[in-house]
Ligand binder design. Structure first.
Ligand code: PHE
Length: 382
């Protein structure tokens, strides 16, 4: 006997619930008999047609006819039935789709749960997973080279205090890098003592101090992260960019260790034929300090590409990749009590700009492309 809408004799919760259950069961049973598009259509029409569909009949004969006091509860039940019927129609639809598409295999089993309005046997919607951003990819590659040498990864906050960003790194109080020209300060900090004032870190070097506060020597860490400087935007500058810092502290670490480590890392990154070259430089937190150049991996160091000048190395045959040096004893003084007595330990540090290396590596000529989020550009790296 096909289901017909029962007349409600009364509106007690028991009567109502029984009527609802009968109806819901009938609907599920009929849904199981849907095997073709034609079945689906008549199933849907029978239950959901505006004119005289079962839901409409229920609405008229149960809800509209009910006494005022019973309306809220009858309304609730009727709404539940409506959702149930809609879900059954959806399941019927999915069942048909499933019959047509090859069944997904789950470890040799086909999981079928046709009673549930959510059909877990349907193939899922695969969202495209996207691609690693070229800057992240470059950063991971560099970090990977150092991880193979036994370095671990450390991180620190982007919003930093003056103490970590400058003071503990031996920047004298009036050093130009503290100037508002370069540093983006957080507003409203004037009432605090200088060392507690917040700013956007201008380099990843503050994490050297944070790590030495947290860990006793020996340490070998790399620190990838975002940094900010108040630079106007152009093809090679962005107020936000990325660095990777490195720090190794132990007894008897020498400049030779620094040179050997970085030479190895550059060959791992740019190919075993690149040469490295150190030029004296100055950083407040390293002494002596150097800038590291690698022979141009675009032109092979000749400064020329065929008859044309090589632009990435500005025809010099050398590309500057990072700043480095031996940790200044004054820096160790700030963490002396954690085991960093400058008489006993020594170390080296380096810091490189990831975005610049990514530009060179991928032959991109405008750093802004990295941060505009244009999916057409990012897809090139997929
Ligand atoms: N922090 C320096 C910069 O941003 C780079 C650097 C790091 C130099 C470590 C020496 C040692 O320019």
């Amino acid at each position: 006997m096909p289901y017909t809408v029962a007349k409600l004799t009364d509106y007690s919760p028991e009567t109502l619930q029984k009527a609802v259950n009968d109806c819901a069961e009938a609907c599920a049973a009929e849904r199981a008999q849907v095997h073709s598009d034609a079945d689906l259509k008549s199933f849907r029409d029978r239950w959901m047609a505006r004119k005289n569909g079962i839901l409409t009949q229920i609405n008229d004969s149960w809800l509209k006819a009910s006494p005022k006091a019973a309306k809220p509860i009858v309304g609730q039940k009727v709404n539940w039935l409506k959702r149930h019927v809609e879900a059954q129609v959806e399941v019927a639809q999915n069942q048909l789709l499933l019959q047509r598409s090859p069944a997904p295999q789950y470890g040799g089993f086909v999981a079928v749960d046709l009673g549930s309005p959510v059909d877990i046997t349907l193939p899922g919607i695969r969202r495209p997973i996207g691609a690693e951003h070229p800057v992240v990819k470059t950063s991971n590659e560099i970090v990977g080279v150092f991880q193979k040498l036994g370095y671990s990864v450390a991180q620190g906050p982007v919003v930093e205090t003056d103490y970590y960003n400058f003071e503990a790194l031996n920047f004298p109080p009036n050093h130009p890098a503290r100037d508002t020209q370069d540093t983006l300060f957080i507003a409203g900090q004037q009432s605090k003592p200088q060392r507690e004032r917040l700013l956007l870190r201008t380099h990843t070097s503050p994490v050297q101090i944070r790590t030495m506060e947290a860990m006793r020597p020996p340490i070998r860490i790399v620190i990838p992260g975002k940094v900010h400087r108040n630079d106007p935007l152009d093809a090679s500058h962005s107020p936000m960019f990325h660095q990777i810092e490195g720090l190794a502290v132990d007894t008897k670490i020498t400049f030779g260790d620094l040179k050997g480590t970085l030479d190895h890392a550059m060959k791992a990154l740019f190919g075993s034929s690149v040469k490295t070259h150190f030029r004296p430089a100055f950083f407040p937190f390293t002494e002596p300090s150097a800038e590291l150049y690698v022979s141009c991996f675009i032109c092979g160091g000749s400064g020329k590409r065929g008859a044309d000048p090589c632009r990435p190395c500005k025809q010099t045959g050398w590309i500057e990749v990072l700043g480095c040096g031996m940790v200044d004893p004054n820096v160790f003084e700030f963490v002396r009590d954690n085991g960093y007595d400058p008489q006993k330990v020594s170390g080296f540090a380096f810091g490189m700009g990831v975005d610049r290396l990514a530009l060179l590596k991928y032959g991109v000529d405008d750093i802004q492309l990295f941060f505009q989020g244009d999916v057409r550009f990012l897809r090139l790296f997929g």
